[in-house]
Design a binder for this molecule. Structure first.
Ligand code: DIG
Ligand code: MN
Ligand code: MN
Length: 391
């Protein structure tokens, strides 16, 4: 069957081992699904048309594996990826599960914990590079507080900066072709997590010694938890040339980190996000992985998990088709056409005394300008009609 929404390698859809492998445990109940073998997950991802798989070190190699066990596991996994034509574009470190990290990894008050975190991350970077990863994500899930008195926030920031600078130097010294992508989240599992939003991360990156190799990995659910526009956060990261990776899912505002199927809760925001990533309105298509950091509802069995994965990719492609139709709709184009004013445009783009003089001499009728209707009601109705298929 020729399915217009079937995923293709060009879509660059990826899933983490921990996403489709999520066994459904939550703080109120145990796993509801069997643990899946990473090689089986890879084979299944190949079958449903995904392009790649991502992983934390311990999604594949157990925390206490011996070097020999590690090499065997990695070799089998590489073989499964090759056989299934699955790439490994991104890797990351689990710096949040083991109790050693219960009060943070890079921000821990204990230098032995900070040393352990750096060492574990170096090993995980080696693993990611061995598997072909070009992006390395840092999600500081435990880097935060419940008891604010435990450390000065400035100290926490300095410790994370030391860790990032050390690890950037490690990558450079190893001559790895690898970039770092920092992922923000406002809370959960910690009461308050440092660098809670993508905006905080974008500033922090500029304070690093090798900021050129560090970008962001914004996640839909995390910016939404912070009550922010995900589309604006991604737009700012893109505009800064710092959108190195992205975590797609969906989220109801004011809830725990739901990590639902892409588009499930917020099709309108997802639509505008796809417009941005695909460049249907303006700019080039963003060429990074479309990574679904999401998992199936706890109600689902393994069939439901793969239905979830198909749904993420299918919704993305349906929204892409609608974004193309919307941005090529003549009425939409007319409503959002850029207003050009050859006399004023140059004046406000660059400062000069001459421009100051001309700006001061301009006749601008504030009341007239304030009376002009923008037509955004009609524009948003067109968004809804394209989304609902009546246009
Ligand atoms: C959670 O949103 C985090 C972890 O799953 C992982 O470190 C990162 C990678 O996408 N997202
Ligand atoms: Mn994530
Ligand atoms: Mn999440």
């Amino acid at each position: 069957m020729n399915d217009a929404y079937a995923p293709t390698p060009e879509d660059r859809f990826t899933f983490g081992l921990w996403t489709v492998g999520n066994p459904g445990a939550d703080p109120f109940g145990p796993a509801v699904r069997p643990k899946q073998d990473p090689c089986e997950i890879v084979r299944k991802l190949g079958e449903i048309g995904a392009w790649g798989v991502n992983l934390h070190d311990n999604d594949l190699v157990p925390f206490d594996a011996t070097p020999t066990e590690r090499d065997r596991i990695v070799s089998e996994f590489k073989k499964a990826c090759e056989e299934s034509g699955i790439q490994v574009p991104m890797a990351t470190t689990n710096l949040f599960s083991h109790p050693i990290f219960k009060d943070g990894a890079f921000t821990s008050n204990n230098p032995q914990v900070r040393a352990f975190a750096i060492r574990k991350t170096m090993d995980a970077i080696d693993l990611g590079v061995e598997l072909g990863a070009k992006n390395y994500v840092f999600w500081g899930g435990r880097e935060g507080t419940e008891v604010e008195a435990c450390r000065d926030p400035r100290t926490a920031i300095q410790r994370i900066r030391e860790g990032m600078n050390f690890l950037c130097e490690y990558v450079i010294d190893q001559k790895y072709d690898l970039k770092f992508a920092l992922e923000a989240k406002p809370n959960e599992p910690r009461g308050d997590i440092y660098f809670p939003t993508t905006g905080h991360m974008l500033h922090f990156i500029e304070t690093l010694q090798h900021s050129e190799m560090v970008g962001v990995n914004p996640e839909v659910a995390h910016e939404t938890m912070a009550g922010l526009s995900f589309v604006h956060g991604v737009g700012q990261a893109m505009e800064a040339g710092k959108l190195f990776h992205i975590d797609l899912n969906s989220q109801k505002i004011g809830r725990y980190d739901q990590d639902f199927r892409f588009g499930a809760e917020d099709p309108k925001q997802a639509f505008h996000l796809v417009r941005l990533l695909e460049g249907t309105a303006d700019g080039d298509r963003w060429e990074g992985s479309r990574h679904f950091d999401a998992h199936a509802y706890r109600t689902e069995d393994l069939d439901g998990v793969w239905e979830f994965a198909r749904g993420c990719m299918r919704t993305y492609k349906i929204l892409k088709e609608k974004a193309i139709a919307f941005d090529s709709d003549p009425e939409v184009q007319q409503l959002i056409a850029e207003i050009h004013d050859p006399e004023i445009d140059p004046l406000i783009k660059k400062y000069s005394r001459d421009h100051v003089k001309k700006l001061r001499a301009l006749h601008l009728d504030a009341d007239l300008l304030g009376s002009i209707g923008l037509g955004w009601e009609r524009l948003d109705q067109l968004v809804i009609e394209h989304l609902l298929g009546s246009r």
